[in-house]
Design a protein around this ligand. Structure first.
Ligand SMILES: N[C@@H](CCC(=O)N[C@@H](CS)C(=O)NCC(=O)O)C(=O)O
Length: 234
């Protein structure tokens, strides 16, 4: 797998192809899966958060915020934020129908992705990085505890919104579905009883049946779906 360390010159050296910078198991999984779903060629570039590669000079020339995902278009333009990247992937590949066609339904998908980004993602961040929310170390344990409880409320809400629907937004698979998978994976790794959420669990199983999802989990060696990956290799 290509790693950012082997790309020199940062953004200047990237033109003529779609490039996605991701870190295994990070929220970039959503954009990674959506790109794979299009069936179009793209260049996935591993940018390891654990090795601080997102803070390297080359990566900061692409995304000065130092976050994954970042997408570079064939014209050499950069797009960040899963919500925007997923919307862009869907709209630039209309034949894949990764967004509904009705304008209001498209906006509802964007609303759902915005909520993923600003609510469960923020509670996950508060659990692992309480120092971003308070300087005093004495309160970090409290922040972690509260963030875990609020994260659980979020995944319960996702379970409820799936209900008996086939996919999150109804009977059609959209870019919202791979985004939801991120929160299932994080929940499992956080030790939450995700398997008790019957609808979300079924949704995760449906996701794991998709060739694009399997290919990406394998490429990433995604740590949150290790048990599944090992089983499918047998
Ligand atoms: N709102 C952004 C969040 C991006 C984000 O926070 N990504 C995390 C990985 S899940 C990251 O790069 N963290 C590195 C850091 O904060 O140092 C999005 O949805 O794309």
């Amino acid at each position: 797998m290509e790693n950012i360390a082997s790309i020199s010159g940062g953004l200047a050296g990237l033109k003529g192809e779609t490039v996605l910078f991701y870190s295994p198991g990070a929220c970039s999984l959503a954009s990674h899966i959506a790109l794979e779903e299009t069936g179009r060629p793209f260049r996935p570039v591993e940018t390891l958060l654990g090795k601080q590669q997102h803070l390297s000079e080359d990566y900061l020339s692409i995304n000065p915020r130092g976050k994954v995902p970042a997408l570079v278009t064939p014209d050499g333009e950069v797009l960040t934020e899963n919500t925007a990247i997923l919307t862009y992937i869907a709209l630039s590949n209309p034949e894949t129908a990764l967004l509904p066609t009705r304008l209001l339904d498209q906006a509802r998908c964007i609303a759902q992705m915005a909520w993923f980004s600003n609510t469960p993602h923020m509670f996950q961040k508060a659990k692992y990085r309480p120092y971003h929310f308070a300087d005093r170390e004495e309160v970090h344990g409290d922040i972690r505890e509260k963030a875990t409880a609020k994260y659980w409320e979020c995944v319960v809400e996702i379970d409820r919104m799936i209900g008996d629907q086939e996919w999150i937004m109804g009977d059609r698979y959209t870019v919202v579905d791979p985004y939801a998978l991120v929160f299932y994976g994080w929940g499992t790794s956080n030790g939450l009883p995700m398997e008790t959420l019957a609808h979300f669990n079924r949704h995760k199983d449906q996701m794991l049946e998709r060739a694009a999802v399997r290919a990406v989990l394998e490429r990433e060696k995604n740590p949150h779906f290790e048990a599944y990956r090992l089983k499918s290799q047998r």
